[in-house]
Design a protein around this ligand. Structure first.
Ligand code: SAM
Length: 356
């Protein structure tokens, strides 16, 4: 028997839908009052909100993991500086462009350039790459996800034409942030980067791992309150999955069900949000990404990186990078989405504002 009654649970959902914000206590009722039936009802609600705004379509983004060099040492991440076993690589500008070319031919209209924090790729170099991509593919969006930079660097990238920036906040709770990161990284700095990215007019993505070591209901409430304040256009959440060559190698992975539940809550909180069903979700469960769509997600990011580097960009063990996960198998992804009533949009898939 759940300690929170149906009436108070329903009241919280109503307030969330009508006001787009909840108190700590109300979030606690939603997070701790989760039951199988309530989860199903929320997933249904999330799907109907999403399809009212975007239709029954899923936006695809071609993910180009262009470098796995990283100067940071985050305790959870397989490409952390301290992982001497990681086989490092960098793509050249030409290799990145050729990923875009093959992606464009397959129907991708967004390219996501993601990498570790690699000082080789200065803002000037990256801006030059963005310019070349935008010149050749003016109808496509470019998303960057290269971590924390100086304000003038973000500005250069925006001026070069980058449309979107993904920077998961990882956790909005300061002591949880310290549990996940070495002392030279700070939550304050990460949040100030996010605020600046948004100010520059990037479609901005925040997010966090579900089930990262030290995460509690309280830290999740901090995350949800933070998302309500930031009002990002994108939110990336996926389960934490351990990587054996990191300090968190023996930790338990995050839960599929909690990830799906949070996807539904985030869809209700931020109706127009672009919400990926992540690779990590597809990694912990074979149909994880389809389950994500049926919980309110509306984006998938198939891997466009050259085949030979895909396993080297290993944030966690057992990462999927073939079959439906591979950009070249878009047909397979289309079929699995068609089976749950969705089509793949050949479209940039920009954020739609839902507020008057
Ligand atoms: N360097 C950029 C940054 O810091 O935003 C982008 C690359 S970073 C590797 C991308 C995301 O991978 C992180 O924001 C983190 O949430 C996720 N990630 C890293 N290690 C993970 C793990 N073990 N399990 C699940 N997700 C992980």
């Amino acid at each position: 028997m759940c300690k929170y009654g149906q009436q108070e649970f329903d009241r919280c959902i109503r307030v969330l839908e009508q006001e787009g914000r909840l108190s700590r206590e109300q979030w606690k009722i939603l997070l701790e009052g989760r039951t199988k039936e309530r989860q199903e009802v929320l997933a249904h609600k999330a799907v109907s909100i999403c399809s009212r705004i975007y239709g029954k379509q899923v936006f695809v983004r071609g993910l180009i993991e262009f470098t796995n060099y990283c100067k940071n040492n985050c305790y959870y991440c397989g490409i952390r500086r301290g992982n001497g076993k990681a086989e490092r690589y960098r793509l050249t500008e030409n290799e990145i462009l050729s990923c875009c070319r093959s992606g464009f031919a397959m129907g991708f209209r967004t390219f996501v350039l993601q990498g570790g924090e690699d000082s080789y790729f200065t803002a000037d170099k990256l801006a030059a790459i963005v310019r070349v991509i935008k010149k050749e593919f003016p109808q496509c969006a470019v998303t960057l996800s290269v971590g924390e930079l100086e304000p003038e660097d973000y500005r250069k990238l925006r001026e070069a034409g980058a449309d979107r920036y993904l920077l998961r906040h990882e956790t909005a709770n300061p002591s949880h942030y310290r549990r996940l990161h070495p002392p030279e990284l700070s939550l304050d700095h990460r949040l100030s980067c996010l605020a600046f990215i948004k100010e520059l007019g990037f479609q901005t993505g925040a997010g966090f791992m579900v089930g990262s070591p030290g995460q509690t209901t309280d830290t999740l409430i901090d995350d949800l309150l933070f998302l309500a304040r930031l009002q990002p256009q994108m939110v990336g959440i996926g389960p934490f999955i351990p990587h054996r060559d990191t300090p968190f190698g023996d930790e338990a992975p995050g839960s599929l069900d909690l990830t799906l539940y949070l996807l539904s809550l985030i869809r209700i909180l931020l109706p127009g949000v672009l919400l990926p069903a992540t690779t990590a979700l597809g990694t912990i469960a074979r149909d994880g990404r389809e389950a994500g769509i049926l919980a309110g997600a509306n984006v998938v990011m198939p891997n466009l990186s050259p085949g030979e580097v895909r396993q080297k960009y290993q944030l966690y063990n057992n990462k999927i990078c073939t079959g439906k996960e591979a950009a070249e198998c878009l047909g397979e992804l289309r079929a699995s989405l068609a089976a749950i009533g969705y089509s793949v949009a050949i479209d940039r898939g920009d954020y739609i504002t839902t507020k008057a």
